[in-house]
Design a protein around this ligand. Structure first.
Ligand SMILES: NC(=O)c1ccc[n+]([C@@H]2O[C@H](COP(=O)([O-])OP(=O)(O)OC[C@H]3O[C@@H](n4cnc5c(N)ncnc54)[C@H](O)[C@@H]3O)[C@@H](O)[C@H]2O)c1
Length: 164
C-alpha cells in the first residue's frame, strides 16, 4: 500500500476542479480526476500523473464503482473534494422540471452520494478531509460543532456538509 495520500476531486476535467487537482498533485497527492467529461479528465490526469475516472456523481452505481476502483488501485482515500456542480443560468420561470431535477441530482444528491461512499474507506484511514467547494469553506476534521448541519440545512440545498 502506498504512503502517498490519495484524493478524489469531482468535476476536475476543467475550471476550479482542475486547478484543485493540480494543486493537490503539486503537494504530492495522487489525484483521481473524476468527471462526466472523460476526455477532459484524461488530459488533466496525464498532466499531473493522476488517474482519470469517468463519473456522474448523481449515479449511485457509478459513485460506488469509482470509489471502489480508487481503493483497489491505491489502497486508500484521504481526501474528497466535492467540486462538481451545475449553475443553470436559465431564469427560474423558464427552467423546466427536468433541468431543475438535474441540478438537484448533481449539486445536492451527488454530494450526498460521494460523501457517503468515501465514509468507510476514509474512516479506515482515520481521515476526514471532506471539502465542499461549492458553497462551504469549512474543512471539518474531527468532532466539530457543525456536525449534522448537512441535513439541518437541506432547506437551502447544501450550504455546508461537514462530516466529522
Ligand atoms: N466559477 C465560479 O465563479 C463559481 C462560483 C461559485 C461556485 N462555483 C462552483 O464551483 C464548482 C466548479 O466551478 P467551475 O466554474 O470550475 O465549473 P465548470 O462548469 O467549469 O466545471 C464543472 C465540472 O464539473 C463537471 N460535472 C458537472 N456535472 C457533473 C456530474 N454530475 N458528475 C461529474 N462531473 C460533473 C463538468 O463536466 C465540469 O468539468 C461548481 O460546483 C460551481 O457550481 C463556481
Amino acid at each position: 500500500m502506498t504512503e502517498q495520500r490519495v484524493a478524489i476531486v469531482t468535476g476536475s476535467a476543467q475550471g476550479i476542479g482542475a486547478a484543485i487537482a493540480r494543486e493537490l498533485a503539486g503537494d504530492g497527492v495522487k489525484v483521481a480526476v473524476a468527471d462526466l467529461n472523460i476526455l477532459g479528465a484524461q488530459r488533466v490526469a496525464e498532466d499531473i500523473g493522476g488517474a482519470a475516472k469517468a463519473l456522474d456523481i448523481s449515479d449511485p452505481d457509478q459513485v460506488s464503482q469509482v470509489v471502489s476502483e480508487v481503493v483497489t488501485e491505491y489502497g486508500r482515500i484521504d481526501i474528497l473534494v466535492n467540486n462538481a456542480g451545475l449553475v443553470p443560468f436559465t431564469p427560474w420561470d423558464q427552467l423546466d422540471f427536468t433541468e431543475w431535477k438535474r441540478v438537484f441530482d448533481t449539486n445536492v444528491n451527488g454530494l450526498f452520494l460521494m460523501t457517503k461512499a468515501v465514509c468507510a474507506p476514509m474512516a479506515d484511514r482515520g481521515s476526514s478531509d471532506y471539502h465542499d467547494n461549492r458553497e462551504c469553506d469549512r474543512l471539518c476534521v474531527g468532532d466539530c460543532q457543525y456536525r449534522g448541519e448537512g441535513t439541518d440545512n437541506s432547506w437551502t440545498g447544501i450550504v455546508c456538509f461537514p462530516v466529522c
